[in-house]
Write a protein that binds this ligand. Structure first.
Ligand code: NAG
Ligand code: NAG
Ligand code: NAG
Length: 438
């Protein structure tokens, strides 16, 4: 028989140990204010790729960046080896944070992605629009912190939530990619988990490089976001509300789920300051979740509903009267002889295209570097694509139109800050100094 000691000695010992241990943790543990991730552009798929270190031992995992993606998913079928992998049990706090209400069984030997009594979600390849079910799990993720100017110490999140995808789900993603990094508006997207892990502001920013040879950058946390030569691009942003689409745009979802993607309120389009005639009801989101304008990193070019697309092409051609149009080069519908187009600091000298937002004075202006695509030595095409009639979303602002613009997403206030073309300020998204000063 054992008896509890009735003196206060154990508590004294324990309490004093706590006193000794905690201050030393507080002193040595480093809490970053922001994190940084290099982003490359894959020349063949035109996808934007990032690399996270995950698992124990840590391995680099190449991922396609998905701005509106719900969470991180990786292929667990092939090559997932980790001593710290842990599936999330049904009805756990992690499952409710992830809004994963299903409870799964797996009828083969237990391994990552296959465990009983785990909750699951639907990892979604948003490039091919294919989804499957996969278990929710957690494992170590490590990433570099930043002071805004350079990468500094590596920090890790020991229980980073993600979903297990399958090997077939990688089809259509760039070579070497093992999953997708979702930055969308959920509690378990990368920005949400990093902000929660390090208690920093729920903001992140993307700055995509137009070059396949020089990296762009994603910042998690608040600015400064400093690009060479020593320019804080988190200052002087233009702000517009982010709009919630009440109906999920994922491949598989439950009734009542809202979209994890970022929508903005484009009210009209102007070309050379002239309003393009459009059916404006296409620009708002209806009760079924159709219509509106979203921002996407998985579409390489802006996609527009057919009537909007035709109206924009016609207005643009009309504003370029002295430039000969040449045969179209797919997927584009308006191509021009580049010999007749001058060049400026912000790209080819073509009519500017404005997405007018919450008021006439707030607009996202697109200059030649973001509107035109050089398809051959002497042909430039307007880099917009026809999205057909009755698409889910009327305007999808794609990668080419985002490059060399910094976009900051404030999840707490549901607001987008955008810089417009950084080329005007003589910098680019490839100008973050990735030399570590750790
Ligand atoms: C899950 O439970 C079923 C039925 O009890 C069993 O046949 C199966 O092997 C288990 N799977 C795993 C991964 O443990
Ligand atoms: C405008 O678009 C809406 C939504 O697609 C459609 O119902 C309506 O018929 C269109 N109006 C015109 C004049 O084309
Ligand atoms: C980049 O950062 C490193 C480390 O702080 C510094 O030594 C180097 O001068 C910086 N490069 C430029 C071009 O400023």
């Amino acid at each position: 028989m054992t008896t509890m000691p009735n003196s206060s000695f154990p508590c004294l010992l324990f309490c004093s140990l706590l006193l000794f241990i905690f201050p030393s943790i507080a002193q040595t543990s480093f809490r970053p204010k922001a994190l940084v991730l290099p982003v490359s552009k894959d020349p063949s798929s035109l996808q934007y790729l990032a690399q996270l270190n995950q698992r124990t031992p840590l391995v680099p995992v190449k991922l396609t960046l998905d701005l509106g993606g719900q969470f991180l998913w990786v292929d667990c079928d092939q090559g997932y080896v980790s001593s710290t992998y842990k599936p999330d049990r049904c009805r756990s706090a992690q499952c409710s944070l992830a809004k994963a209400s299903s409870c799964g069984e797996c009828f083969s030997a237990p391994k990552p992605g296959c465990n009983n009594n785990t909750c699951g979600l639907f990892p979604d390849n948003t490039v091919t629009r294919t989804a499957t079910s996969g278990e929710l799990a957690q494992d170590v993720v490590s990433i570099q912190s930043t002071d805004g100017s350079n990468p500094s110490r590596v920090v890790s999140v020991p229980k980073f939530l993600f979903t297990c995808g399958a090997t077939f789900l990688l089809e259509g993603l760039a070579s070497g990619v093992k999953g997708m990094a979702g930055l969308g508006r959920t509690r378990i997207s990368l920005p949400s988990q990093f902000s929660a892990a390090f208690s920093f502001y729920r903001k992140f920013a993307i700055c995509l490089s137009s070059s396949t040879r020089a990296n762009g950058v994603v910042f998690f946390g608040n600015g400064p976001y400093i690009l060479l030569p020593n320019m804080d691009v988190s200052e002087s942003l233009i702000y517009t509300p982010l709009i919630l689409n009440p109906v999920s745009t994922a491949s598989i979802y439950s009734q009542g789920d809202s979209s994890a993607e970022y929508f903005i309120g484009v009210k009209s389009i102007k070309i050379n300051e002239k309003r393009v005639p459009l059916n404006s009801s296409l620009l708002s989101i209806n009760r079924e979740g159709f219509g509106g304008t979203k921002i996407s990193t998985v579409n390489p070019f802006t996609v527009m509903e057919t009537t909007i697309y035709n109206a924009v092409i016609n207005a643009f051609v009309k504003e370029l009267p002295n430039v000969p149009r040449v045969a179209s080069v797919a997927p584009f519908g308006a191509c021009f002889s580049s010999k007749n187009i001058g060049s400026t600091r912000v790209g080819p000298a073509v009519p500017q295209i404005d997405f007018v937002l919450q008021s006439q004075t707030v607009y996202w202006r697109i200059f030649g570097a973001n509107s035109m695509v050089q398809v051959s030595d002497d042909v430039l095409c307007l880099g917009f694509v026809d999205g057909g009639s009755n698409p889910r979303t009327s305007i999808v602002i794609g990668g080419h139109q985002l490059e060399d613009n910094l976009l900051q997403f404030d999840l707490a206030t549901s607001r987008l800050g955008f810089s417009s073309s950084l080329l005007f300020r003589q910098t680019t998204c490839a100008n973050f100094n990735f030399t570590s000063n750790a």
